[in-house]
Write a protein that binds this ligand. Structure first.
Ligand SMILES: Cc1cc2nc3c(=O)[nH]c(=O)nc-3n(C[C@H](O)[C@H](O)[C@H](O)COP(=O)(O)O)c2cc1C
Length: 184
């Protein structure tokens, strides 16, 4: 079983993306994986904005990435791309922080116009950081995620089915032997 780092990239205190990740993490945990949650909005803003590589929050985040076999990375779509908050953390990680790791990218957004944001914006960044296998990502419309006052999350059934299929593919990829780096 794998150690999975689940990274939430929204600055919102009532983030749908973070709630969605939490819901999916419960399924991964019940599948037997060890899931660690990292909500970037809890990382020191001063460290992120000031590019303070030595700050304990950045050092701790870097360590979490290093320990993980795989990652779920969730972001809201902001201005047709992923969030600046996510980018501000990725910028402070080592260039090879995703080396050898399997990644499931997820995005929530308000418009189907940006359904491909994961593919044209986030995927190239994950590749550049060495991700060994980026499984098919999923985009979920914000209106398909109903955050109830009691804190529960109700997902529109078709979206929920697609998300569980994404987790199935992710789990399958995790069960594969790790890919060897290409010979130089
Ligand atoms: C500043 C800002 C910019 C946004 N830009 C887009 C956008 O370009 N395309 C889109 O589909 N949704 C956009 N949205 C909608 C959010 O992506 C959507 O509501 C998302 O689910 C919010 O996730 P969160 O609750 O986790 O922050 C934007 C929202 C905000 C606040």
């Amino acid at each position: 079983m794998s150690t999975i780092l689940s990274v939430a990239g929204s600055p919102s205190a009532t983030s749908r993306t973070a709630r969605l990740l939490h819901y999916l993490n419960a399924r991964l945990t019940s599948d037997g994986h060890r899931v660690i949650e990292l909500d970037i909005r809890t990382v020191s803003a001063q460290a992120l904005v000031g590019a303070d590589f030595q700050h304990r929050d950045i050092v701790a985040s870097t360590e979490l990435f290093a320990q993980a076999d795989a990652l779920v990375i969730g972001t809201p779509v902001y201005k047709a791309a992923y969030s600046g908050l996510l980018k501000s953390l990725l910028d402070l990680l080592p260039q090879d922080a995703l080396s050898g790791k399997t990644v499931l990218p997820l995005a929530t957004g308000g418009s189907t116009a940006h359904v491909l944001a994961i593919d044209y914006a986030l995927r190239p960044v994950l590749s550049s950081m060495g991700a060994a296998h980026i499984v098919q990502g999923r985009f979920v419309l914000d209106r398909e995620l109903d955050l109830r006052e009691d804190g529960s999350l109700v997902i529109e059934p078709t979206a929920a089915k697609a998300l569980h299929q994404a987790l199935d593919q992710f789990s399958c990829a995790l069960a594969q032997p790790p890919m060897l780096p290409a010979a130089s």
